[in-house]
Design a protein around this ligand. Sequence first.
Ligand code: NZQ
Ligand code: ZN
Length: 388
Amino acid sequence: MKEVIYVENFVYEYPTKVCFGRGAARQHLTGLLAACGPNVLLAYGGGSIKKNGVYEEITGILKEAGKSITEFTGIMSNPTWAKVKEGAGLARENKVDLVLAVGGGSVIDCCKIVCAQAVTDEELWELEMVQHKAPSAAPIPLGAVVTASGTGAEMNGGAVITNEETKIKGGMFAAAPRFAILDPAYTMSLPRMQVLSGAFDTLSHAMETYFGRSDRDNVSDEVALAVMHSTVVNMRALLKDLNDYTARSNLMWASAMAENGILKVGRVTDFECHQMEHQLGAYTDCNHGQGLAVLHPAYYRHIVKDAPEKFARLGKAVFGVEGAEAAVDALAAFIQECGLPVRLSQLKSRVEITPELLRQVADSINLLPNGPRQLTRGEVYIILMECM
Ligand code: NZQ
Ligand code: ZN
């Protein structure tokens, strides 16, 4: 008899201790630091933490705990391989015992690979991206203080790094944070567009997981639909009041939930839209969540007939509409309602987005086999062109 697999086999283990809520750093960071040695690499981005008081609070706690601080600053959105190497050099020179990443997905991702690169002479880009091998040495411990939610980077071991020379933005695997501080108050200074694009990234993660395999009777699907619904409800709350603390809190936890492995238990994920966005990002340096907002409806219009029941179920559970095509229409309308970009020309790009550039994007993306239907490069190009 043919076996019908409804749930893939899995092993679930959880490496990150999460401290959530207002005042979480003041309440928990000192205790968490006690388990680490004296030298801390304090990593952050372009300086938002100096304007909103987070820098002052975190450095105060580090100093009270008697830590010696080395700063690793200027981590850019869409962090580069060159920046990883800079951080690894600093960590090594200063014999760092803990890397503390204070920021959004970009800072946390960069630091994940810094922690692994600092302990080996082997170049991890070559090892992971070319030889497809995992690093063997134990990374420097990593802690994350989240200031921008959406990616869920604080609760997994994956990192997305851009190699500017090869024009590849790719997923690498290294250090999952040992602990994560999630204080929604730290996100209150985020600009409106980053709040919404981060939250859309969360919605995308849940959808990309849901549209993988297997197709039926999977408890993870039920949880994914709940995360999607909650994300939409709380994004709508922020459209009314951007400073709604409860909505920010819910979105911060939804962000972590979508990427902490819970939704992926028993599933193989799709993530083809992410593959498209990452390569678009490699060429344009566009904002991740905004790139996804442009691409998702076009991608889903191409695959809606390959998974009509799943689309219809999502439409009903998340947007309260009937039918598969109506689900895609509702998603597109929601993106517009949020004021997120709907065309590639609306993305902030460092170069002009031309058909030739989109051809290069299509020719360099990973084609994954786990969505409702595997795309061809030709179809990816058509999807990208439809977004012009
Ligand atoms: O650099 P600073 O000055 O901190 O400014 C940042 C940046 O300009 C700002 N910001 C962050 N916290 C703030 C704040 N501004 C005011 N107040 C605050 N509290 O926000 C801007 C965007 O930050 P960034 O970290 O780039 O955004 P996000 O969290 O969306 O991260 C995007 C990166 O994560 C990757 C993306 O590809 C992209 O490179 N992803 C990582 C994933 C993972 N590791 O699991 C999964 C995702 O799918 C994604 O690919
Ligand atoms: Zn994402």
